[in-house]
Every structure is written in structure tokens, then in C-alpha cells.
Design a protein around this ligand. Structure first.
Ligand code: SF4
Length: 500
């Protein structure tokens, strides 16, 4: 997370957030931030409360801000704030927006900084009435579209890429089309799973390549529910019905549910983000129609076949690599063991202004169980390595605890390329696999051996055909042309010179 680049309006609300002049370092090496979580309910007296609960289940997808917009069929009501779900809502704020229909959002900012104005769902009024939007993903052509509108005098309320969708929707010539939303969506490039709420309808959309997940379910009382991950359904005891398909618009009204297509034929291709399976999604969720834990365990098994080594125990880097480590242990027949304890209670107190303070924070969050590793040959399993800074710290801690040998096994290929589709990666120069060879990384991490899962090995562990996935951060094979990538803070800078 880079700081100090966007002026004084940085988010200061959550333990995982940035503070001016400070940086919080996650215990996970990836330095990759999640994207966003979406949830919607149509037709339940407790829709707002169900959405509130579901947002807790989607908190891992975004910790900077949260919000809910609801309706009873007349006007839209909104409550949003910076911070975690439990910091944003209380009994009275939920009661004030009570309604039978609601959409909610947990955000990690991938375009536009973390400010009150950018918290989603965003709510707008235009000639067609009120509309709220919740977006997961990044529009590859947002800067281009925004510039076109700004050049003819449009004033944007936020610095998100999502707002451009509303400007497209509000344009009278687009409204005059037989299917205005289809027409608007055909202008967009890149990654977008969307929930749109109008007073009389809720609309769920997935981009034609299906970068981000979105699924449909039924709540106990019969209400339709929509979520980024099925983990949200589990918490409210809803059942999973199916995924919203790539290039599908699902409209839910009092009359029921209707589906239509947009975006045309993609030559059978898709771009489901494989990193959802590797790292982002919760292991209990179904994502792209399959369970995340099982996919990760299969990656661990595949890694064990590709890179066997003699050792005493298999240990995961907590907590993300646990699924892959169980697979590696099972395939290799080497016992799975715990080498770290994790503290859940440190939170904001460990946001430190100096590198040594941050190192200390990681130590407090993850503590080595010395007696479990002393004198042992370890296979350490990590789900992914991005910058390698904290992996190096954890390896150092295992060495200091007396580990005899350390063999690092990474359950995904080297990450050499940035993501332009809704995941906030560090810059390419910060990616360790961009600047180092695998042998160089092994030396940098001071491990006895290092092996990454191959691209083919990773893809063999997920269910859809290979051409249905985006693997660009590993392979450099971008499924969409990114001629003008949206830089995270581009919208803050403005496009036009002002004449006064
Ligand atoms: S580039 Fe990587 S993180 Fe981004 S959508 Fe593709 S697979 Fe996912």
C-alpha cells in the first residue's frame, strides 16, 4: 500500500487501512489488496439486516469502507462509512434505512482513493430517477470515458471508475435506446460485477468475460439474494442457485426474475480471475462454480507432484496457504504441522511509522512455535509471493527458531505482471519475480530450495477450461487490451487544465 500520494483525504477508519505517513503491513506477503464484495436482497422485510450480516461474510474482500442502499419501492435510502462493517453500522443506522430491498458493498479501493465520497454503493439522481450502484472490478477504459464526459462539462461526484457507468446511463441518447443498460454496458471494457438498485428493480450484471464472481441464491423466506461469494449465503442460510453468467443481466422485480444477454460472442473465451481461487476468495465459498478450498488443496497436491523433497513436516504460511499445505501434505505423505500462532487482537495498535515497528507488528501477528520446528526439515507452503518482504521475515523467524532446512513451495506461478482488472497490485518494479529469477528469489529469501507451481499445474486444478480464466499476472497474457491502464489515483489528478 503506497502512501502520501493522494493528499490529505486518506482513509483512517480501519485497522487494515492506511494512515497519512504510516503503513500497515499485512501478515500475508502478497501486498496485494482484495477488491470488493457485493450483496443484494429482493423481497424480505429484513433485507437491510440480512445485507448487514452478509457484509460481515464479505469483509475479507474489502476493509476500507462499507455501505447499504435500501428501498421500499419509492425512494432509495443510503448509509455508508469508512471502516469495517462493525464500525459503519449500528442498530439505529440500520433502522433508519429499513426496507424490503437492499444492496450492500464492502470496498477496497482499486480506482480512486479511500474517501467518504467514494464509498459504495454510490447513489445518484438523474432524469430517469434514483439509482444506486455497487461495483467489483476495474473498468479498463474508465479514464477514456471520463475524459470524454469531462470535456463536455460533466461534473463527477467521485473519483471512482464506477461513476462513469451512471453518466453513460443518464445520457439522453442512451436512454432513448430500446435497451439502455445493454447499450451502456457495451461501452465498457474490463472487469465489472455490478449491482444496480432502482426503486422498482434490482439488476445484477457480470461483464462478458466474467472476471469477478457473482452468484444468485434464495433466502429462507423466498427472497432473491445476490453475492460475490456463497460464503454470504451460508451466513444467512440462503441456498446457492447459480452463477450470474458472464455477459448476463439479471433483473429482479415484483414480477420475478428475468435474464437477458449483452456483450456478444466472446469466441468461447472467458477471463475468470484465477487469483480468486489462489488467494482472494474465502475457502468456504463456491467461486466460478467450484469450492475454493478444494481448488487450493488440489494446487497443493499438484505442487507436491511437481516439486517433491524429503522433509519432516509440511507447514503453511498462515492463514492463506493452509488449504494448499493440506494438499501438499496429503500427496507427499509428509505430516502437516503448525509452525506459527496468529494473533487476532493486535489490530490498529500495530500500525507503525517505521520499518522496524512494522517488522515488530508482523512478529506479534505471527509467532513461531519454536518447539515444532527446531532441528526439523520444513516444507513451507505459501499461496503466492508478490514482493517477498514478509515471506522473507517469516523464513528468517523459522531459521531463528532452529529449522534445519527450509524448502519453500509456492502454490501458484511467479507473479511478473500487474493486474488492471480490480486487484491492487504493487507496481511491476516491486514484484519480486519481475526483478529476480527463481534462483535469485531463493537466495533473497535464504531458503534451501524454492519451487513455484507451473501455470499448467495451476490450471489443471480448476474446473473450467483453460481459456475461461484470466492468468495475466502470471502469464502476461491480458484478455483485454489495456492501452491506457487506469492508474489508481488518476481520477484525483483531473484531466483538464482549468481556465479561470
Ligand atoms: S491479472 Fe491476475 S489478479 Fe488480475 S484478473 Fe487476471 S488473474 Fe486476476
Amino acid at each position: 500500500m503506497r502512501l502520501g500520494t493522494v493528499g490529505p483525504t486518506l482513509c483512517t477508519a480501519g485497522p487494515l487501512n492506511s494512515f497519512p505517513g504510516f503503513a500497515f503491513h499485512s501478515v500475508h506477503d502478497s501486498a496485494v489488496q482484495h477488491n470488493c464484495g457485493l450483496f443484494g436482497v429482493w423481497g424480505d422485510e429484513d433485507a437491510v439486516y440480512l445485507t448487514h450480516l452478509a457484509l460481515f461474510a464479505l469483509q475479507h474482500r474489502g476493509q476500507e469502507s462499507a455501505g447499504i442502499v435500501s428501498t421500499n419501492g419509492e425512494r432509495l435510502l443510503r448509509h455508508t462509512g469508512l471502516g469495517l462493517v462493525n464500525q459503519v453500522f449500528d442498530e439505529s443506522s440500520l433502522e433508519k434505512i429499513r426496507g424490503r430491498i437492499a444492496i450492500g458493498h464492502t470496498r477496497y479501493s482499486t480506482t480512486g482513493s479511500c474517501t467518504e465520497g467514494n464509498v459504495q454503493p454510490l447513489l445518484f439522481s438523474f432524469a430517469g430517477g434514483q439509482v444506486a450502484i455497487a461495483h467489483n472490478g476495474t473498468l479498463a477504459n474508465a479514464a477514456l470515458l471520463r475524459r470524454k464526459y469531462e470535456e463536455v462539462g460533466h461534473i463527477f461526484q467521485t473519483t471512482t471508475d464506477s461513476e462513469v457507468i451512471i453518466h453513460l446511463l443518464a445520457k439522453p441518447s442512451h436512454q432513448a435506446k430500446p435497451e439502455p443498460l445493454n447499450h451502456v454496458l457495451n461501452h465498457l471494457q474490463g472487469a465489472y460485477s455490478l449491482l444496480l438498485l432502482f426503486p422498482d428493480r434490482m439488476v445484477a450484471v457480470r461483464d462478458p468475460l466474467g472476471f469477478r464472481p457473482l452468484c444468485l441464491g434464495k433466502a429462507k423466506g423466498g427472497a432473491w439474494v445476490v453475492a460475490s461469494e456463497t460464503r454470504a449465503f451460508d451466513l444467512i442460510e440462503a441456498t446457492y442457485e447459480r452463477d450470474v453468467e458472464p455477459g448476463e443481466i439479471v433483473t429482479i422485480t415484483e414480477e420475478g426474475i428475468a435474464s437477458r444477454r449483452f456483450g456478444g460472442d466472446q469466441d468461447g473465451r472467458g477471463a475468470a480471475c484465477i487469483f480468486e481461487q489462489v488467494y482472494f476468495a474465502d475457502p468456504s465459498s463456491l467461486v466460478f462454480g467450484e469450492n475454493v478450498h478444494l481448488a487450493r488443496a488440489a494446487m497443493g497436491r499438484s505442487l507436491a507432484r511437481e516439486a517433491p523433497v524429503e522433509a519432516d513436516i509440511v507447514v503453511p504460511i498462515p492463514t492463506c496457504a493452509q488449504c494448499a499445505a493440506t494438499g501438499y501434505a496429503r500427496e507427499s505423505g509428509i505430516p502437516y504441522a503448525r509452525a506459527f500462532t496468529t494473533s487476532h487482537y493486535t489490530g490498529r495498535s500495530f500500525i507503525m511509522p517505521t520499518q522496524s515497528g512494522r517488522d515488530m507488528a508482523v512478529k506479534f501477528k505471527l509467532n513461531v512455535i519454536k518447539e515444532a520446528v527446531k532441528g526439523k526439515r520444513l516444507i513451507v507452503v505459501e499461496d503466492s509471493v508478490v514482493r517477498a518482504t514478509t515471506t522473507r521475515g517469516k523464513i528468517g523467524a523459522l531459521r531463528a527458531a532452529g529449522a534445519k532446512e527450509i524448502h519453500l513451495r509456492v502454490a501458484s506461478p511467479p507473479i511478473r505482471h500487474p493486474c488492471y482488472f480490480g486487484i491492487d497490485f504493487p507496481s511491476q518494479e516491486e514484484l519480486i519475480a519481475h526483478t529476480h529469477t527463481v534462483d535469485g528469489i531463493r537466495d533473497h529469501l535464504r531458503v534451501d530450495s524454492l519451487h513455484y507451481l507451473s501455470l499448467e499445474g495451476m490450471l489443471s486444478c480448476v474446473k473450467m477450461p483453460q481459456n475461461k480464466y484470466c492468468t495475466a499476472c502470471f502469464s502476461g497474457d491480458y484478455p483485454v487490451n489495456v492501452d491506457e491502464p487506469v492508474e489508481k489515483y488518476a481520477m484525483e489528478r483531473g484531466q483538464l487544465r482549468m481556465f479561470t
